[in-house]
Design a protein around this ligand. Structure first.
Ligand code: NAD
Length: 499
Protein backbone atom coordinates (compact mmCIF):
# COMPACT_ATOMS: atom_id res chain seq x y z
CA UNK A 1 0.00 0.00 0.00
CA UNK A 2 1.45 3.38 -0.93
CA UNK A 3 0.99 6.57 1.01
CA UNK A 4 0.18 10.04 -0.15
CA UNK A 5 1.54 13.02 1.78
CA UNK A 6 -0.25 16.37 1.57
CA UNK A 7 0.39 19.85 2.93
CA UNK A 8 -0.67 20.96 6.42
CA UNK A 9 -2.15 24.43 6.34
CA UNK A 10 -4.31 26.27 8.87
CA UNK A 11 -4.30 23.38 11.32
CA UNK A 12 -5.38 20.61 8.96
CA UNK A 13 -4.34 18.58 5.90
CA UNK A 14 -4.53 20.56 2.70
CA UNK A 15 -4.70 18.60 -0.56
CA UNK A 16 -2.36 19.72 -3.33
CA UNK A 17 -3.89 21.71 -6.17
CA UNK A 18 -0.89 22.08 -8.46
CA UNK A 19 -1.24 18.65 -10.05
CA UNK A 20 2.46 18.02 -9.41
CA UNK A 21 3.65 15.19 -7.19
CA UNK A 22 7.03 13.76 -6.19
CA UNK A 23 7.91 10.13 -5.40
CA UNK A 24 8.86 9.00 -1.92
CA UNK A 25 11.14 5.96 -1.82
CA UNK A 26 11.99 3.37 0.75
CA UNK A 27 15.78 3.35 0.30
CA UNK A 28 16.30 -0.06 1.92
CA UNK A 29 14.11 -1.87 -0.61
CA UNK A 30 14.43 0.64 -3.43
CA UNK A 31 10.65 0.59 -3.82
CA UNK A 32 8.43 3.61 -4.28
CA UNK A 33 6.63 4.08 -0.97
CA UNK A 34 4.25 6.81 -2.05
CA UNK A 35 3.92 10.32 -3.36
CA UNK A 36 4.02 13.84 -1.99
CA UNK A 37 2.19 16.90 -3.27
CA UNK A 38 4.49 19.56 -4.69
CA UNK A 39 3.23 23.07 -4.11
CA UNK A 40 2.58 25.67 -6.76
CA UNK A 41 1.75 29.35 -6.26
CA UNK A 42 -1.76 28.68 -4.89
CA UNK A 43 -0.54 26.44 -2.09
CA UNK A 44 2.31 28.83 -1.26
CA UNK A 45 -0.26 31.63 -1.06
CA UNK A 46 -2.56 29.54 1.14
CA UNK A 47 0.19 28.58 3.57
CA UNK A 48 1.51 32.12 3.94
CA UNK A 49 -2.02 33.51 4.24
CA UNK A 50 -2.81 31.04 7.05
CA UNK A 51 0.40 31.97 8.86
CA UNK A 52 -0.26 35.68 8.39
CA UNK A 53 -3.81 35.38 9.69
CA UNK A 54 -2.63 33.48 12.77
CA UNK A 55 0.14 35.98 13.57
CA UNK A 56 -1.73 38.74 15.45
CA UNK A 57 -3.32 36.27 17.89
CA UNK A 58 -0.13 34.30 18.49
CA UNK A 59 1.98 37.43 18.81
CA UNK A 60 -0.33 38.56 21.61
CA UNK A 61 -0.43 35.19 23.36
CA UNK A 62 1.16 35.61 26.77
CA UNK A 63 4.61 34.20 27.35
CA UNK A 64 3.26 31.68 29.81
CA UNK A 65 0.60 30.58 27.31
CA UNK A 66 3.28 30.05 24.66
CA UNK A 67 5.52 28.21 27.11
CA UNK A 68 2.65 25.88 28.10
CA UNK A 69 2.09 24.88 24.46
CA UNK A 70 5.81 24.30 24.04
CA UNK A 71 6.00 22.12 27.14
CA UNK A 72 3.05 20.04 25.85
CA UNK A 73 4.66 19.75 22.40
CA UNK A 74 7.90 18.62 24.03
CA UNK A 75 6.08 15.90 25.96
CA UNK A 76 4.18 14.72 22.88
CA UNK A 77 7.28 14.52 20.67
CA UNK A 78 9.06 12.63 23.41
CA UNK A 79 6.13 10.20 23.76
CA UNK A 80 6.07 9.64 19.98
CA UNK A 81 9.83 9.60 19.40
CA UNK A 82 9.91 5.88 18.55
CA UNK A 83 7.19 6.28 15.97
CA UNK A 84 8.91 9.36 14.50
CA UNK A 85 12.24 7.53 14.35
CA UNK A 86 10.72 4.62 12.42
CA UNK A 87 9.03 7.01 10.01
CA UNK A 88 12.30 8.85 9.40
CA UNK A 89 14.22 5.61 8.98
CA UNK A 90 11.78 4.23 6.42
CA UNK A 91 12.03 7.29 4.13
CA UNK A 92 15.62 8.36 4.77
CA UNK A 93 17.28 4.99 5.28
CA UNK A 94 19.24 5.78 8.47
CA UNK A 95 19.08 3.23 11.27
CA UNK A 96 16.25 3.67 13.78
CA UNK A 97 18.59 4.36 16.71
CA UNK A 98 20.23 7.16 14.73
CA UNK A 99 16.83 8.57 13.78
CA UNK A 100 15.86 8.49 17.48
CA UNK A 101 19.04 10.45 18.17
CA UNK A 102 18.02 13.18 15.76
CA UNK A 103 14.59 13.44 17.38
CA UNK A 104 16.31 13.75 20.76
CA UNK A 105 18.60 16.54 19.52
CA UNK A 106 15.61 18.35 18.02
CA UNK A 107 13.76 18.00 21.31
CA UNK A 108 16.60 19.77 23.07
CA UNK A 109 15.81 22.87 21.02
CA UNK A 110 12.14 22.60 22.03
CA UNK A 111 13.33 22.35 25.65
CA UNK A 112 15.47 25.46 25.18
CA UNK A 113 12.44 27.27 23.71
CA UNK A 114 10.34 26.32 26.76
CA UNK A 115 12.42 28.93 28.58
CA UNK A 116 11.09 31.68 26.32
CA UNK A 117 9.83 33.94 29.14
CA UNK A 118 13.42 34.25 30.31
CA UNK A 119 14.93 34.40 26.81
CA UNK A 120 12.76 37.32 25.71
CA UNK A 121 13.70 39.59 28.58
CA UNK A 122 14.84 42.95 27.25
CA UNK A 123 17.11 45.51 28.87
CA UNK A 124 16.20 48.47 31.06
CA UNK A 125 18.25 51.51 32.00
CA UNK A 126 16.86 53.86 34.55
CA UNK A 127 17.69 57.57 34.36
CA UNK A 128 19.51 57.69 31.01
CA UNK A 129 18.78 61.36 31.40
CA UNK A 130 17.14 63.01 34.37
CA UNK A 131 13.93 61.09 34.96
CA UNK A 132 14.16 59.48 31.51
CA UNK A 133 14.31 55.70 31.20
CA UNK A 134 15.36 53.58 28.21
CA UNK A 135 14.46 49.99 27.51
CA UNK A 136 14.56 47.45 24.73
CA UNK A 137 11.92 44.90 23.83
CA UNK A 138 12.14 41.88 21.53
CA UNK A 139 9.21 41.48 19.17
CA UNK A 140 8.45 38.72 16.65
CA UNK A 141 9.08 39.43 12.96
CA UNK A 142 5.87 37.90 11.57
CA UNK A 143 5.72 34.94 9.18
CA UNK A 144 8.97 32.96 9.14
CA UNK A 145 9.78 30.23 6.60
CA UNK A 146 12.07 27.25 7.11
CA UNK A 147 13.48 25.27 4.19
CA UNK A 148 15.20 22.07 5.22
CA UNK A 149 17.31 19.20 3.78
CA UNK A 150 16.63 15.49 3.52
CA UNK A 151 19.30 14.34 5.92
CA UNK A 152 17.62 15.40 9.18
CA UNK A 153 13.88 15.50 8.49
CA UNK A 154 13.02 16.14 12.16
CA UNK A 155 16.08 17.67 13.79
CA UNK A 156 16.87 20.45 11.32
CA UNK A 157 13.27 21.75 11.20
CA UNK A 158 13.35 21.61 15.01
CA UNK A 159 16.48 23.76 15.03
CA UNK A 160 14.17 26.47 13.71
CA UNK A 161 10.48 26.32 14.49
CA UNK A 162 10.40 25.86 18.30
CA UNK A 163 12.41 29.07 18.68
CA UNK A 164 10.52 30.96 15.97
CA UNK A 165 7.14 29.99 17.42
CA UNK A 166 8.21 30.62 21.02
CA UNK A 167 9.23 34.14 19.99
CA UNK A 168 5.67 34.76 18.77
CA UNK A 169 6.13 34.21 15.03
CA UNK A 170 4.12 31.95 12.79
CA UNK A 171 5.90 29.44 10.61
CA UNK A 172 5.79 27.79 7.19
CA UNK A 173 8.05 24.74 6.96
CA UNK A 174 9.10 23.54 3.51
CA UNK A 175 10.74 20.19 4.30
CA UNK A 176 12.69 18.04 1.89
CA UNK A 177 10.40 16.37 -0.61
CA UNK A 178 12.47 13.19 -0.24
CA UNK A 179 11.32 12.39 3.31
CA UNK A 180 8.33 14.63 4.04
CA UNK A 181 6.28 12.55 6.49
CA UNK A 182 7.97 13.45 9.78
CA UNK A 183 7.11 17.13 9.34
CA UNK A 184 3.41 16.35 8.97
CA UNK A 185 3.50 14.17 12.09
CA UNK A 186 5.14 17.05 13.96
CA UNK A 187 2.36 19.35 12.74
CA UNK A 188 -0.25 16.93 14.13
CA UNK A 189 1.58 16.93 17.46
CA UNK A 190 1.61 20.72 17.54
CA UNK A 191 -2.17 20.70 17.01
CA UNK A 192 -2.57 18.18 19.83
CA UNK A 193 -0.40 20.40 22.04
CA UNK A 194 -2.90 23.23 21.56
CA UNK A 195 -1.01 25.43 19.12
CA UNK A 196 -3.60 27.65 17.39
CA UNK A 197 -4.37 26.80 13.76
CA UNK A 198 -2.11 28.49 11.23
CA UNK A 199 0.82 29.08 13.59
CA UNK A 200 2.67 26.07 12.14
CA UNK A 201 2.17 25.05 8.51
CA UNK A 202 3.88 22.51 6.29
CA UNK A 203 4.24 23.19 2.60
CA UNK A 204 5.70 20.38 0.52
CA UNK A 205 7.51 21.03 -2.69
CA UNK A 206 10.63 21.69 -4.64
CA UNK A 207 12.21 24.78 -6.19
CA UNK A 208 8.82 26.22 -7.11
CA UNK A 209 7.63 26.22 -3.50
CA UNK A 210 10.95 27.58 -2.24
CA UNK A 211 11.09 30.41 -4.74
CA UNK A 212 7.46 31.24 -4.01
CA UNK A 213 8.32 31.66 -0.33
CA UNK A 214 11.47 33.65 -1.04
CA UNK A 215 9.54 36.16 -3.13
CA UNK A 216 6.36 36.33 -1.05
CA UNK A 217 6.01 39.80 0.48
CA UNK A 218 4.41 38.45 3.67
CA UNK A 219 7.35 36.18 4.54
CA UNK A 220 9.64 38.23 6.77
CA UNK A 221 12.39 35.78 7.72
CA UNK A 222 13.88 32.75 5.97
CA UNK A 223 15.94 30.01 7.58
CA UNK A 224 17.54 27.54 5.19
CA UNK A 225 19.68 24.45 5.64
CA UNK A 226 20.94 22.49 2.63
CA UNK A 227 23.67 22.43 0.02
CA UNK A 228 25.91 25.42 -0.66
CA UNK A 229 24.67 26.34 -4.16
CA UNK A 230 21.05 26.41 -2.97
CA UNK A 231 22.02 28.21 0.25
CA UNK A 232 23.63 30.93 -1.84
CA UNK A 233 20.54 31.16 -4.07
CA UNK A 234 18.24 31.34 -1.04
CA UNK A 235 20.39 33.97 0.65
CA UNK A 236 20.60 36.18 -2.42
CA UNK A 237 16.96 35.87 -3.42
CA UNK A 238 15.52 36.30 0.07
CA UNK A 239 17.78 39.27 0.80
CA UNK A 240 16.92 40.88 -2.57
CA UNK A 241 13.28 40.55 -1.52
CA UNK A 242 13.88 42.40 1.73
CA UNK A 243 13.89 39.49 4.16
CA UNK A 244 16.29 38.59 6.92
CA UNK A 245 17.92 35.29 6.06
CA UNK A 246 20.19 32.66 7.53
CA UNK A 247 21.26 30.03 4.98
CA UNK A 248 23.40 27.15 6.16
CA UNK A 249 25.23 25.31 3.39
CA UNK A 250 27.33 22.22 2.77
CA UNK A 251 30.47 20.97 4.46
CA UNK A 252 33.77 19.19 4.14
CA UNK A 253 34.79 18.47 7.70
CA UNK A 254 38.43 17.72 8.46
CA UNK A 255 39.69 15.74 11.42
CA UNK A 256 43.29 16.58 12.23
CA UNK A 257 45.24 13.79 13.93
CA UNK A 258 48.54 14.81 15.50
CA UNK A 259 51.29 12.22 16.09
CA UNK A 260 50.78 12.32 19.88
CA UNK A 261 47.08 11.43 19.62
CA UNK A 262 45.61 8.23 20.99
CA UNK A 263 45.28 6.50 17.61
CA UNK A 264 42.69 3.99 18.80
CA UNK A 265 40.47 6.81 19.99
CA UNK A 266 41.10 8.70 16.73
CA UNK A 267 40.29 5.66 14.58
CA UNK A 268 37.09 4.96 16.53
CA UNK A 269 36.09 8.59 16.14
CA UNK A 270 36.90 8.74 12.42
CA UNK A 271 34.85 5.64 11.68
CA UNK A 272 31.90 6.70 13.87
CA UNK A 273 31.86 10.23 12.46
CA UNK A 274 32.58 9.20 8.88
CA UNK A 275 30.02 6.44 8.49
CA UNK A 276 27.22 7.25 10.95
CA UNK A 277 24.05 7.89 8.95
CA UNK A 278 26.05 6.65 5.92
CA UNK A 279 28.00 9.90 5.91
CA UNK A 280 24.85 11.88 5.13
CA UNK A 281 25.45 14.37 7.93
CA UNK A 282 26.60 17.94 7.52
CA UNK A 283 28.90 17.36 10.49
CA UNK A 284 30.23 14.00 9.24
CA UNK A 285 33.99 13.72 9.10
CA UNK A 286 34.89 13.32 5.44
CA UNK A 287 38.63 14.02 5.56
CA UNK A 288 41.14 12.65 8.05
CA UNK A 289 44.35 14.69 7.99
CA UNK A 290 47.06 12.47 9.42
CA UNK A 291 50.19 14.34 10.40
CA UNK A 292 53.40 12.37 9.68
CA UNK A 293 54.31 9.77 10.67
CA UNK A 294 50.94 8.34 11.80
CA UNK A 295 49.22 7.95 8.39
CA UNK A 296 49.88 4.25 7.82
CA UNK A 297 49.11 3.15 11.35
CA UNK A 298 45.95 5.26 11.54
CA UNK A 299 44.66 4.04 8.17
CA UNK A 300 45.29 0.43 9.24
CA UNK A 301 43.27 0.99 12.41
CA UNK A 302 40.46 2.63 10.44
CA UNK A 303 40.37 -0.30 7.97
CA UNK A 304 40.21 -2.79 10.82
CA UNK A 305 37.18 -1.04 12.29
CA UNK A 306 35.42 -0.55 8.97
CA UNK A 307 35.65 -4.29 8.31
CA UNK A 308 33.43 -4.86 11.35
CA UNK A 309 30.63 -2.45 10.38
CA UNK A 310 27.28 -4.02 9.62
CA UNK A 311 25.24 -2.57 6.77
CA UNK A 312 21.52 -3.21 6.61
CA UNK A 313 17.99 -1.84 6.66
CA UNK A 314 17.33 0.87 9.23
CA UNK A 315 14.88 -1.29 11.16
CA UNK A 316 17.18 -4.34 11.36
CA UNK A 317 18.35 -4.60 14.98
CA UNK A 318 21.97 -5.28 13.98
CA UNK A 319 22.33 -2.57 11.33
CA UNK A 320 24.84 0.16 12.02
CA UNK A 321 24.60 1.84 8.65
CA UNK A 322 21.66 2.04 6.27
CA UNK A 323 21.34 2.73 2.54
CA UNK A 324 21.70 6.09 0.81
CA UNK A 325 18.65 8.25 0.26
CA UNK A 326 18.13 7.77 -3.49
CA UNK A 327 19.59 5.67 -6.29
CA UNK A 328 20.92 8.78 -8.03
CA UNK A 329 22.73 9.85 -4.86
CA UNK A 330 24.13 6.36 -4.30
CA UNK A 331 25.49 6.26 -7.86
CA UNK A 332 26.99 9.73 -7.57
CA UNK A 333 28.74 8.89 -4.30
CA UNK A 334 30.06 5.57 -5.69
CA UNK A 335 31.46 7.36 -8.75
CA UNK A 336 34.01 9.14 -6.55
CA UNK A 337 35.77 5.85 -5.82
CA UNK A 338 36.89 5.16 -9.40
CA UNK A 339 37.39 8.88 -9.93
CA UNK A 340 39.79 9.19 -7.00
CA UNK A 341 41.75 6.10 -8.01
CA UNK A 342 42.11 7.48 -11.54
CA UNK A 343 43.47 10.67 -9.99
CA UNK A 344 46.05 8.77 -7.91
CA UNK A 345 44.37 7.84 -4.60
CA UNK A 346 44.50 4.36 -3.08
CA UNK A 347 41.23 2.53 -2.50
CA UNK A 348 41.88 1.21 1.01
CA UNK A 349 38.32 -0.09 1.45
CA UNK A 350 35.89 -0.51 -1.46
CA UNK A 351 32.30 0.01 -0.32
CA UNK A 352 30.64 -1.18 -3.52
CA UNK A 353 28.78 -4.43 -3.33
CA UNK A 354 28.52 -4.60 0.47
CA UNK A 355 27.17 -7.55 2.45
CA UNK A 356 23.72 -6.33 3.40
CA UNK A 357 21.87 -7.85 6.36
CA UNK A 358 18.81 -9.55 4.90
CA UNK A 359 20.03 -9.10 1.30
CA UNK A 360 20.58 -6.05 -0.89
CA UNK A 361 17.58 -6.43 -3.23
CA UNK A 362 16.96 -3.23 -5.14
CA UNK A 363 18.04 -0.98 -2.22
CA UNK A 364 20.32 2.01 -2.60
CA UNK A 365 23.32 0.37 -0.95
CA UNK A 366 26.88 1.50 -0.67
CA UNK A 367 29.11 0.16 2.07
CA UNK A 368 31.76 2.19 3.90
CA UNK A 369 34.69 3.14 1.68
CA UNK A 370 38.11 4.54 2.55
CA UNK A 371 40.35 6.43 0.14
CA UNK A 372 43.96 6.85 1.20
CA UNK A 373 46.67 9.18 -0.13
CA UNK A 374 44.05 11.69 -1.22
CA UNK A 375 45.44 15.07 -2.28
CA UNK A 376 43.73 18.47 -2.43
CA UNK A 377 43.60 18.54 -6.23
CA UNK A 378 41.36 15.44 -6.41
CA UNK A 379 37.59 15.74 -6.90
CA UNK A 380 37.04 13.41 -3.93
CA UNK A 381 38.75 16.05 -1.79
CA UNK A 382 37.26 19.14 -3.39
CA UNK A 383 33.61 18.08 -3.57
CA UNK A 384 31.18 17.46 -0.76
CA UNK A 385 30.49 13.75 -1.39
CA UNK A 386 27.86 13.40 1.36
CA UNK A 387 28.11 9.63 1.60
CA UNK A 388 30.10 6.83 3.26
CA UNK A 389 33.48 7.74 1.78
CA UNK A 390 36.26 8.71 4.16
CA UNK A 391 39.39 10.26 2.65
CA UNK A 392 42.78 10.16 4.33
CA UNK A 393 45.15 13.01 3.49
CA UNK A 394 48.75 12.97 4.70
CA UNK A 395 50.32 16.20 6.00
CA UNK A 396 53.97 16.81 6.90
CA UNK A 397 53.30 19.04 9.89
CA UNK A 398 50.66 20.80 11.99
CA UNK A 399 51.20 23.95 9.91
CA UNK A 400 50.70 22.12 6.62
CA UNK A 401 47.51 20.54 7.97
CA UNK A 402 46.23 23.89 9.20
CA UNK A 403 46.94 25.49 5.83
CA UNK A 404 44.89 22.77 4.14
CA UNK A 405 41.90 23.26 6.44
CA UNK A 406 42.07 27.05 6.13
CA UNK A 407 42.24 26.89 2.34
CA UNK A 408 39.09 24.78 2.11
CA UNK A 409 36.08 26.84 1.04
CA UNK A 410 33.82 25.13 3.57
CA UNK A 411 34.01 25.90 7.29
CA UNK A 412 31.26 23.95 9.03
CA UNK A 413 32.92 21.61 11.53
CA UNK A 414 36.39 20.33 12.32
CA UNK A 415 38.17 18.40 15.04
CA UNK A 416 41.67 17.95 16.38
CA UNK A 417 42.87 14.75 18.01
CA UNK A 418 45.87 15.24 20.25
CA UNK A 419 47.07 14.84 23.84
CA UNK A 420 48.74 18.25 23.67
CA UNK A 421 46.59 20.94 25.26
CA UNK A 422 48.68 23.72 23.79
CA UNK A 423 48.27 22.39 20.26
CA UNK A 424 44.52 22.01 20.77
CA UNK A 425 44.24 25.55 22.09
CA UNK A 426 46.22 26.93 19.16
CA UNK A 427 43.98 24.99 16.76
CA UNK A 428 40.72 26.30 18.21
CA UNK A 429 42.14 29.80 18.11
CA UNK A 430 43.44 29.70 14.52
CA UNK A 431 41.10 27.49 12.56
CA UNK A 432 38.67 29.19 10.15
CA UNK A 433 35.74 26.93 10.98
CA UNK A 434 32.54 27.63 12.92
CA UNK A 435 32.33 24.51 15.10
CA UNK A 436 35.42 22.91 16.59
CA UNK A 437 35.93 19.62 18.43
CA UNK A 438 38.87 18.77 20.66
CA UNK A 439 39.07 14.97 20.71
CA UNK A 440 35.36 15.14 19.80
CA UNK A 441 34.71 14.31 16.14
CA UNK A 442 31.21 15.77 15.69
CA UNK A 443 31.11 18.96 17.75
CA UNK A 444 27.43 19.81 17.29
CA UNK A 445 26.64 22.63 19.72
CA UNK A 446 23.97 22.03 22.33
CA UNK A 447 20.60 23.74 21.84
CA UNK A 448 21.52 26.63 24.16
CA UNK A 449 24.56 27.45 22.01
CA UNK A 450 24.12 28.22 18.33
CA UNK A 451 24.85 25.99 15.34
CA UNK A 452 26.51 27.34 12.22
CA UNK A 453 29.59 27.23 10.05
CA UNK A 454 31.81 29.84 8.46
CA UNK A 455 32.74 30.62 4.85
CA UNK A 456 30.69 28.70 2.24
CA UNK A 457 28.91 26.77 5.00
CA UNK A 458 26.81 29.78 6.04
CA UNK A 459 25.37 32.75 4.21
CA UNK A 460 24.09 35.43 6.54
CA UNK A 461 25.37 36.35 9.95
CA UNK A 462 23.11 34.38 12.25
CA UNK A 463 23.61 30.83 13.39
CA UNK A 464 20.57 28.71 14.31
CA UNK A 465 19.03 28.08 17.76
CA UNK A 466 20.44 29.29 21.06
CA UNK A 467 20.49 33.06 21.55
CA UNK A 468 21.36 33.68 17.89
CA UNK A 469 18.10 31.94 17.01
CA UNK A 470 16.17 34.16 19.43
CA UNK A 471 17.75 37.25 17.89
CA UNK A 472 17.10 36.03 14.35
CA UNK A 473 13.39 35.57 15.03
CA UNK A 474 12.90 38.87 16.86
CA UNK A 475 13.28 42.55 16.15
CA UNK A 476 14.56 44.79 18.86
CA UNK A 477 12.71 47.94 19.66
CA UNK A 478 14.37 50.57 21.82
CA UNK A 479 12.06 52.83 23.82
CA UNK A 480 12.98 56.06 25.55
CA UNK A 481 10.31 57.18 27.99
CA UNK A 482 9.64 60.07 30.27
CA UNK A 483 6.68 60.52 32.52
CA UNK A 484 6.56 64.25 33.20
CA UNK A 485 6.41 65.32 36.76
CA UNK A 486 5.35 68.75 37.90
CA UNK A 487 8.95 69.98 37.80
CA UNK A 488 9.58 69.38 34.07
CA UNK A 489 11.78 72.03 32.50
CA UNK A 490 9.71 73.33 29.57
CA UNK A 491 10.92 73.75 25.97
CA UNK A 492 14.60 72.97 25.30
CA UNK A 493 16.02 73.11 21.74
CA UNK A 494 19.45 71.83 22.78
CA UNK A 495 20.74 68.43 21.56
CA UNK A 496 19.66 65.76 24.06
CA UNK A 497 22.61 64.40 26.01
CA UNK A 498 22.90 62.15 28.99
CA UNK A 499 23.09 65.08 31.44
P1 NAD B 1 19.47 20.57 -1.06
O1 NAD B 1 20.21 21.85 -1.08
O2 NAD B 1 19.35 19.80 -2.33
O3 NAD B 1 17.96 20.82 -0.58
C1 NAD B 1 17.68 21.56 0.58
C2 NAD B 1 16.29 22.18 0.43
O4 NAD B 1 16.29 23.06 -0.69
C3 NAD B 1 15.19 21.16 0.18
O5 NAD B 1 14.05 21.55 0.90
C4 NAD B 1 14.96 21.25 -1.32
O6 NAD B 1 13.63 20.97 -1.69
C5 NAD B 1 15.29 22.69 -1.63
N1 NAD B 1 15.85 22.86 -2.97
C6 NAD B 1 16.54 21.94 -3.71
N2 NAD B 1 16.89 22.46 -4.90
C7 NAD B 1 16.43 23.74 -4.91
C8 NAD B 1 16.50 24.79 -5.88
N3 NAD B 1 17.11 24.63 -7.04
N4 NAD B 1 15.92 25.97 -5.56
C9 NAD B 1 15.30 26.14 -4.38
N5 NAD B 1 15.20 25.17 -3.43
C10 NAD B 1 15.76 23.98 -3.70
O7 NAD B 1 20.11 19.69 0.10
P2 NAD B 1 19.80 18.18 0.45
O8 NAD B 1 20.40 17.31 -0.60
O9 NAD B 1 18.39 18.00 0.82
O10 NAD B 1 20.65 18.04 1.81
C11 NAD B 1 22.02 17.78 1.84
C12 NAD B 1 22.84 19.04 1.92
O11 NAD B 1 22.47 19.79 3.06
C13 NAD B 1 24.32 18.79 2.07
O12 NAD B 1 25.02 19.70 1.27
C14 NAD B 1 24.58 19.05 3.54
O13 NAD B 1 25.89 19.44 3.88
C15 NAD B 1 23.64 20.16 3.78
N6 NAD B 1 23.34 20.30 5.19
C16 NAD B 1 23.92 21.32 5.87
C17 NAD B 1 23.69 21.48 7.21
C18 NAD B 1 24.31 22.60 7.98
O14 NAD B 1 23.97 22.75 9.13
N7 NAD B 1 25.19 23.39 7.42
C19 NAD B 1 22.86 20.57 7.88
C20 NAD B 1 22.27 19.53 7.16
C21 NAD B 1 22.52 19.42 5.82
Amino acid sequence: MTKHVTHWIGGKPFGGESGRRGDIFEPASGHAAGTVDLAGPREVGAAVAAAKAAFPGWRDASLSQRAKVLFRFRELVDAHSGELARLISSEHGKVVADAAGEVARGLEVAEFACGIPHLLKGGFSENVSSRVDAYSILQPVGVAAGITPFNFPAMVPMWMFPVAIACGNTFVLKPSEKDPSASVRLAELWAEAGLPDGVFNVLHGDREAVDGLLRHPDVKAVSFVGSTPIARHVYETAAANGKRVQALGGAKNHMLVLPDADLDLAADAAVSAGFGSAGERCMAISVVVAVDPVGDELTAKIKERVAGLRVGPGDHPESQMGPLVTKAHRDRVASYLDGAVAQGATLAVDGRDPDVLGGAGEGFWLGPAVLDHVTPDMDAYKDEIFGPVLSVVRAGSYDAAMELISANPYGNGTAIFTDDGGAARRFQNEVEVGMVGVNVPIPVPMAYYSFGGWKDSLFGDSHVHGMEGVHFYTRTKAVTARWPDPSHGGVNLGFPTGG
